[in-house]
Design a protein around this ligand. Structure first.
Ligand SMILES: Nc1ncnc2c1ncn2[C@@H]1O[C@H](COP(=O)(O)OP(=O)(O)OP(=O)(O)O)[C@@H](O)[C@H]1O
Ligand SMILES: [Mg+2]
Length: 395
């Protein structure tokens, strides 16, 4: 049984005016055998949180409970947590094998089992041919895998991982994503994994804790985070390419309900608006959000039709079978993800173009607080799958 509970953690660095509030009133839990992600941009407070749980940093307030025991003030070695440290923490004078075996030698594990565990992990990490080498005879990515291996050979209650694969190349990252998931099932481990990569979190996590500027934004399973983001930050952070977000005004004076920004007008579904409690109210400042997968090219003849954003091609990035089209409309760049088969010839920069908006795919946010006021109506989207799955982009 291994569970983690973090309660009301506060941590600031420095004092007075120059103090940085790295973590503010942070609470979440990780159940036994759960794989939870701490996801957020650089400076969100992820590493600080992990170091506090490992006992390498002391919180200004709050508690850390491991397996139900208060470990807030316990020494790191009393906590039975395994953390992946940087590759620079490898012992330079020891071989790869001995580096990985080190924690097991400390536990005085019998040689045959020690060998079996190291070899098993080395195979998964694809370093079994390098076991006799010293760390300096390896590439940076190989060293990082040894550091991961040294953690995985242990059977800890709780594994803490701080961006363990962010320095590996794309192909190895994809391999490791699958392997971590498999390992977690096999070893039945409890893992808290820090990342700024939403694709990792979406594909591996049972649940995701999204953080920004030290504050929890949302906690939930990947699908919920993606389909029902609690606020504009989460909506924009999760998904690749990111959701398009633009300031707009909602006008609903009876009859048609319209979203306006600049010269653009989008007609909204009345039932949807009423269900969100936004209908028949004075004009209101909002932000709209729409994922690039839900913008399509408007046929030439329909460029004056409703729900078409009219603009100019700003950039076009052609990938294998899709093109990411950046269209500038009233000072806002909208990204559209268009299948090459629907595109025909490559559009020219500066060319006038219309993007068809599916009004059921729109999210509405309060402009000031960022809170989500209306969610896209996924059940009524023809292509709901595209919205509900993480990007197929390999990166
Ligand atoms: N030892 C320290 N002294 C002063 N400020 C610090 C210290 N460690 C972290 N900070 C600050 O606390 C904030 C959170 O840092 P933290 O390292 O936890 O972020 P992070 O989410 O891990 O970011 P990244 O994705 O870049 O690793 C940042 O503003 C950082 O500058
Ligand atoms: Mg960090």
């Amino acid at each position: 049984m291994a569970g983690l509970r973090v309660e009301g953690i506060e941590k600031a660095f420095g004092r007075g005016e120059r103090a940085v509030r790295a973590v503010c009133d942070l609470s979440f839990d990780v159940a036994d055998r759960e794989f939870v992600f701490l996801l957020g941009p650089s400076g969100a407070g992820k590493t600080t949180t992990l170091r506090t749980i490992a006992g390498l940093e002391q919180p200004d307030a709050g508690r850390v409970l491991i397996n139900g025991s208060d470990m807030t003030w316990a020494a790191p070695r009393e906590r039975n947590v395994a953390m992946v440290y940087d590759k620079n923490s490898l012992y330079p004078h020891l071989s790869v094998f001995e580096n990985m075996a080190y924690p097991l030698r400390l536990q005085r594990l019998a040689e045959p089992e020690l060998r079996e565990r190291v070899m098993g992990v080395a195979k998964i990490l694809q370093i079994e041919r390098m076991l006799e080498r010293r760390p300096r005879e390896l590439s940076g990515g190989q060293q990082q895998r040894v550091a991961i291996g040294r953690m995985l050979v242990r059977r800890a209650d709780l594994f803490l991982m701080d961006e363990p694969i962010s320095h590996l190349d794309a192909k190895l990252r994809a391999h490791m994503r699958l392997e971590f998931k498999k390992l977690q099932r096999e070893f039945q481990s409890t893992i808290l994994y820090v990342s700024h990569d939403q694709l990792e979190a979406m594909t591996m996590g049972d649940r995701i804790v999204v953080m920004n500027e030290g504050v929890v934004q949302q906690i939930g399973p990947p699908r919920t985070i993606f389909d029902r983001p609690a606020n504009r930050f989460v909506a924009g952070f999760v998904g690749e390419p990111s959701m398009n977000i633009a300031d707009c005004t909602l006008e609903d004076a009876g009859g048609a309900a319209t979203l306006r920004f600049g010269h653009q007008r989008l007609a909204l579904d009345r039932d949807w608006l009423d269900a969100a409690g936004l209908g028949n109210a004075p004009a209101r400042a909002l932000s709209l959000g729409i994922r690039p997968q839900h913008l399509s090219l408007a046929p030439q003849a329909e460029q004056g039709a409703p729900n078409v954003i009219r603009g100019e091609v700003y950039a076009a990035e052609t990938l294998g079978s899709e093109t990411i089209l950046d269209v500038e409309a009233d000072g806002v760049i909208f990204r559209a993800w268009i299948r090459n088969s629907a595109l025909g010839r490559a559009p020219a920069i500066g060319e006038a173009i219309g993007l068809q908006v599916d009004p059921r795919a729109i999210y509405l946010f309060d402009r000031d607080s960022g809170k989500t006021l209306a969610f896209a109506d996924l059940s009524r989207l023809d292509d709901a799958h595209a919205l509900s799955s993480p990007s197929p982009l390999i990166h």
